[in-house]
Write a protein that binds this ligand. Structure first.
Ligand SMILES: Nc1ncnc2c1ncn2[C@@H]1O[C@H](COP(=O)(O)OP(=O)(O)OP(=O)(O)O)[C@@H](O)[C@H]1O
Ligand SMILES: [Mg+2]
Length: 388
């Protein structure tokens, strides 16, 4: 389980340390940084999948994603006596992402290439530092894998450092470049851990949404990100998952309704028998909210729970009356996975707060930088970034 998430220099997250529990609800006013927390977790996941630099480029590259405020706030600015003045940067450009759990910690530090580097990609971020350590906080003695620019070294069983002869490319995470299970088993463990994280963000429910159409189906223990394989995923829950929980989730939200999956020529389609209708409705006929709820049911009742499940604003287009049922589904998923929900639906947040082992993380953004509301620095988990 992750116990700490740390982000520095990413959009409004100038330096944010988030303590994580079993079931976490991230909330806060518009513009407080909720989506940025979600996106930074996705970026971390991309690092393990080899897509970090491309994902950053799609967001506008480092210049756009970097914290746009001053490097330091003077006392006078904090006291409201002076406005923030643009100053020349003194510190190197740096975007840092990291997490730690009971077993391992990981951090990556991205910067810009040196001016005299011959490259046509001067705005491509380069990876300056990347570390894996054991335990919750980085200490020199706890370091297991240590990357300094292109140089990578790992610690063997006796505790001696071994230098890896091949340099690591400036734009690749060491986790994707180097995968020798003998000399760096921790690297494989951390990489596989991150790769197992699952993200769901705004399922499409428009008239042409793939979830509405009949689709070729195979056993689907994990719902796709776009929900295209909804019918197959629901049928898989019925056959190898928890069919009683599936029926209960439908009945909880739409009392008296029944969900079915029909197949024709290998194509799977969702149909729903609703109270008061003489024929069942097909996927194309379901309301946006109903379809989105079914997608969330398929994601949350997965027969193959991930270590970490992240949901971004799952309440979108759901009627407030459905939110308690959704909260019960999320709480159920938290029995098998660590769950992080980004939300600003008061009813969903209130219902989740009543669940055991849940914690709310309320973000606020005074002076343009996101912080956790009412958090005393002493309550936050200890965190140390690797230095360049
Ligand atoms: N490079 C940057 N430096 C500093 N702040 C930035 C930067 N880029 C964006 N921001 C600000 O960061 C804030 C956080 O945005 P984010 O989308 O995470 O908010 P949110 O909590 O998800 O809001 P909403 O509820 O409206 O979706 C925004 O107010 C945005 O103006
Ligand atoms: Mg947002």
């Amino acid at each position: 389980m992750l116990t700490t998430l740390a982000i520095a220099g990413y959009r409004s997250l100038r330096e944010l340390i988030v303590p994580l529990g079993r079931l976490n609800v991230i909330t806060g006013p518009n513009g407080s940084g909720k989506s940025s927390v979600y996106r930074s977790l996705r970026l971390l996941a991309e690092a393990a999948r080899g897509g970090l630099i491309t994902s950053l480029a799609r967001e506008g590259g480092l210049p756009s994603t970097l914290w746009a405020g001053p490097e330091r706030f003077s006392r006078a600015v904090l006291a409201g006596e002076f406005a923030v003045e643009p100053l020349r940067r003194k510190d190197p450009v740096s975007l840092r992402l990291g997490f730690s759990g009971d077993q391992f910690g990981y951090a990556i530090d991205l910067g810009l290439p040196l001016v005299n580097d011959a490259t046509r990609f001067p705005l491509d971020p380069t990876i300056k530092r990347e570390c894996i350590w054991s335990g919750p906080v980085l200490r020199p003695s706890a370091l297991l894998v240590d990357r300094h620019g292109p140089a990578l070294r790992t610690r063997d069983e006796r505790g001696d450092w071994q230098t890896i002869p091949q340099p690591v490319a400036s734009f690749d995470s060491m986790m994707t470049e180097f995968s020798d299970p003998r000399s760096a088993p921790e690297m494989i463990t951390v990489r596989e851990q991150i790769r197992s994280w699952r993200f769901y963000d705004h399922f499409r429910t428009d008239a042409d949404a793939p979830a509405r159409l009949p689709q070729i189906g195979t056993h689907t223990p994990v719902l796709a990100n776009d929900g295209a394989d909804l019918a197959a995923a629901l049928q898989t829950i019925r056959e190898i998952g928890d069919p009683a929980a599936l029926d209960a989730a439908i009945d909880d939200a739409f009392p008296g309704s029944r969900l079915d999956v029909t197949t024709q020529d290998g194509r799977f389609e969702v149909v729903m028998q609703q109270h008061g209708l003489v024929r069942p409705l097909k996927g194309a006929e379901l309301s946006d909210g109903t379809l989105r709820y079914l997608l969330l049911v398929a994601a949350l009742l997965t027969p193959r729970p991930p270590e970490l499940l992240v949901l971004n604003e799952p309440e979108t287009s759901l009627h407030p009356d459905l939110l308690p049922a959704l909260a019960r589904l999320i709480a159920r998923a938290a029995a098998h996975s660590q769950v992080l929900v980004v939300s600003h639906a008061a009813r969903l947040i209130a219902a989740l707060e009543r669940e055991e082992a849940s914690q709310s993380i309320v973000l606020e953004k005074p002076f343009g930088a996101t912080r956790i509301a009412d958090a005393d620095d002493r309550d936050l988990p200890a965190w140390k970034w690797p230095t360049r």
